[in-house]
Design a protein around this ligand. Structure first.
Ligand code: PMT
Length: 396
């Protein structure tokens, strides 16, 4: 429930993507938001107000002169009662109206009368999007502090392919959630690792571990929401990339080391969430190792480079944060790792809590002592970690 208590006025304008706004209402409500829908007259040709009314549980307004509004001030009431006004889909015509301050229907009037932030998710034909007039309007809106979400590239209802599709409801939801997060790391560059590594024995076998990547991806998302420019180097995982995060996929510890070391010196923050293999086979067999009845073949192991320690040893290192997963003596082992790698902050978790699941329990160890974070979804803990890092950076 990441939007509990938030009041969202959703404006729906005329376009085929209006049908996706119905799903968006469902998703927003599932996250605890209170949604009030207002539609343009054109939008009602695509989806009826009854659909939005049933999904939102609130009366839907589309007419400025609606006799149900006792004071005839729907345009004021709808905008005053919101934490954010979200227009999805936002047609080219509607964006042009907002950019130029026009107020000729209920939705454009309440948009002009709003005293809350405005988010728009454009949806239109690719030529309409590329048109100089639309681009001018979008630049004006951005200059006025409006948050523009999307559009996406892809197949369009008209049969053409290009930029102009409304981004998917799940992605709009993620943007709305991100919008409400404090921007602790605005302007910061953050690099992190996530997931396991895979150290090949032969073309089909290898040494790896049970890290799912969930904790690292949650930290990447939380840092992006907090305004950081995030680069995520991850081992083999099947997690979706958080919006706005640059992802680099690797397989082995050596590849992870190379990708991290190429970028680390220009970062403000580095976080090692990955469960990196400490050892790898000295050589990987070119062909599949066959069972030929003789003794099992020995596998000679060599140590992998310690990515976190190498980043921390740079002449001018970023603020380095490590993770430690232990099955016992968490505080003692985590502190030892913090000292050995010479890093200001290490995040401890128990193996049984951390690996694989959606929730975790963390303890943060730094120069000020230790701070436990209660059991919670990984994204919630990641947001608390990001706030803690921002605080340490500020008071450094
Ligand atoms: O991916 P999930 O399923 O969500 O699980 C999350 C997690 C349990 C993997 C994560 O929360 C976690 O604890 N990651 C660190 C695992 C660990 O114990 O790593 P380590 O003790 O081997 O390494 C300590 C630190 O050094 C880590 O920050 C690690 O990224 C880093 N390291 C380790 C070895 C190495 N060769 N290079 C490194 O950078």
């Amino acid at each position: 429930m990441e939007l509990t208590g938030k009041r969202i006025t959703l404006g729906v304008t005329g376009g085929i993507a209006a049908y996706k706004a119905a799903e968006l209402v469902r998703l927003l409500i599932k996250q605890g938001a209170r949604v009030q829908v207002a539609m343009t007259e054109a939008a009602t040709h695509f989806v009826t107000p009854v659909t939005f009314q049933a999904l939102s549980g609130n009366t839907v307004f589309s007419d400025q002169w609606d006799p149900r509004v006792a004071n005839n001030m729907a345009h004021i009431d709808l905008s005053r009662d919101a934490d954010v006004l979200l227009i999805a889909p936002a047609s080219a015509d509607f964006l042009a109206k907002v950019a130029n301050g026009l107020a000729d229907n209920l939705l454009s009037t309440l948009t002009l009368a709003r005293d809350c932030p405005l988010l728009v998710a454009p949806a239109m034909n690719r030529q309409m999007w590329e048109n100089a007039a639309t681009q001018r309007n979008i630049a004006t809106l951005r200059g006025d502090g409006v948050t523009v979400i999307g559009p996406a590239r892809g197949e369009q209802a008209c049969g053409e392919t290009g930029l102009g599709r409304m981004i998917e409801p799940e992605d709009i939801l993620a943007e709305v959630i991100a919008f409400f997060q404090p921007k602790h790391l605005a302007g910061k560059k953050l690099l992190l690792t996530a997931g396991p590594t895979f150290e090949a024995i032969d073309p089909v076998r290898g040494i790896t571990n049970l890290s799912s990547g969930k904790m690292g991806f949650a930290v990447a998302r939380a840092a992006q929401e907090a305004g950081a420019e995030v680069t995520l180097v991850c081992g083999p995982v099947s997690q979706p990339t958080p919006r706005g995060v640059m992802r680099i996929d690797v397989i082995s510890a050596l590849e992870m080391h190379t990708e991290v070391m190429q970028r680390a010196a220009t970062q403000d923050i580095f976080i090692g969430v990955a469960a990196v293999a400490d050892y790898r086979p000295a050589t990987a067999a070119e062909h599949k190792i066959k069972k030929d009845g003789s003794a099992a073949p020995p596998i000679e192991l060599v140590q992998t480079p310690d990515i976190l320690a190498d980043v921390a040893a740079l002449p001018s290192p970023p603020f380095c944060v490590g993770f430690a997963a232990e099955s016992q003596n968490l505080a003692e082992y985590a502190q030892k790792k913090r000292a050995a790698k010479k890093i200001p902050l290490i995040v401890g978790n128990l193996i049984q809590d951390g690996f694989g699941g959606d929730n975790n329990t963390l303890i943060l160890f730094d120069d000020n002592g230790q701070r436990p974070l209660s059991p919670a979804p990984k994204i919630e803990l990641a947001r608390q970690l990001v706030a803690h890092i921002a605080n340490l950076l500020e008071n450094r």
